[in-house]
Design a protein around this ligand. Sequence first.
Ligand SMILES: Nc1nc2c(ncn2[C@@H]2O[C@H](COP(=O)(O)OP(=O)(O)OP(=O)(O)O)[C@@H](O)[C@H]2O)c(=O)[nH]1
Ligand SMILES: *[C@@H]1O[C@H](CO)[C@@H](O)[C@H](O)[C@H]1NC(C)=O
Ligand SMILES: *[C@@H]1O[C@H](CO)[C@@H](O)[C@H](O)[C@H]1NC(C)=O
Ligand SMILES: [Mg+2]
Length: 259
Amino acid sequence: MADGGVLAVLAGVVALALAGLAGWFLLQRQSAAIGLTNLGTAAARKSKSVVLTGPMGAGKTALWCYLRFSDTSATQAVPRTQTSMAVNTSEARIGEANVYLVDVPGHQKYRFDRDAQLAAASAVVFVVDSVQAARDVRLTAEALYDVLASDGLQERECPVLVLCNKQDSALAASNERVRAALESEINTLRASRQQALDSLGAAAHDDADKASDFLGFEGKAFSFEDLATPIQFNESSMALGRGAGGLEMVEQWIAGALQ
Ligand SMILES: Nc1nc2c(ncn2[C@@H]2O[C@H](COP(=O)(O)OP(=O)(O)OP(=O)(O)O)[C@@H](O)[C@H]2O)c(=O)[nH]1
Ligand SMILES: *[C@@H]1O[C@H](CO)[C@@H](O)[C@H](O)[C@H]1NC(C)=O
Ligand SMILES: *[C@@H]1O[C@H](CO)[C@@H](O)[C@H](O)[C@H]1NC(C)=O
Ligand SMILES: [Mg+2]
């Protein structure tokens, strides 16, 4: 009788332990999927997180490869990359700082990973394909809008560098042109997003969360000057690499942004 009681208690303990283990395992998988394990590592090592984001094919992974090995000698060829299929992270030393470099894939299906990474970012480099932006700026403007309006970014005044990449191409738009085109396209986007919200009715309109999505001032054309985050537009070419490619400027900007 007593033995039966002990056995029952033992079975209960084992069942509980198994349930706990399964739960822990599921949580691990979930956090790995959204890159939280990596954020944990960054916090543990007290490195600040620098997030590279922007549309597909802009040159984020190429930039990431350069920044990871800032003290190696110049490689003139653009790093060979493939469309990224996962968030990739690496420790790097930039200037005096140990940073945690996060390369977020540009594809829309990674937008939740992107937002999770942006929530922990100390600085953001938004990489733009300046050839694509010269042709059709819509996609880039949408991606930049989402980044700038992401949770807490404006509140934290997190610095943003918009890197107008692929300047080695004759078809590339300059940083000034990219800035002007994005400013006017975001103005258009903002109006259409606001209209979509309005059509949802007063309830949605009163929602404080939705209101904070609005960039700039109502009744005034959108301007990057009106944002709380410091934002700067510069040019680069991963194909030209160090020196002419403008990598040093990016490193200096990151070092300055983290101070
Ligand atoms: N000509 C030129 N090509 C570049 C430059 N930077 C990147 N590329 C090329 O553009 C392509 C895309 O570069 P990636 O670094 O993989 O782009 P990404 O932003 O990581 O793209 P996703 O991972 O899809 O989000 C590659 O073929 C690169 O070699 C550049 O400055 N000039
Ligand atoms: C991350 O980068 C490393 C080193 O370049 C590479 O070996 C690995 O495959 C990358 N992982 C992903 C998910 O892209
Ligand atoms: C980067 O942009 C800033 C602001 O537009 C400008 O003052 C600076 O000279 C640029 N840097 C380079 C290296 O072009
Ligand atoms: Mg990539």
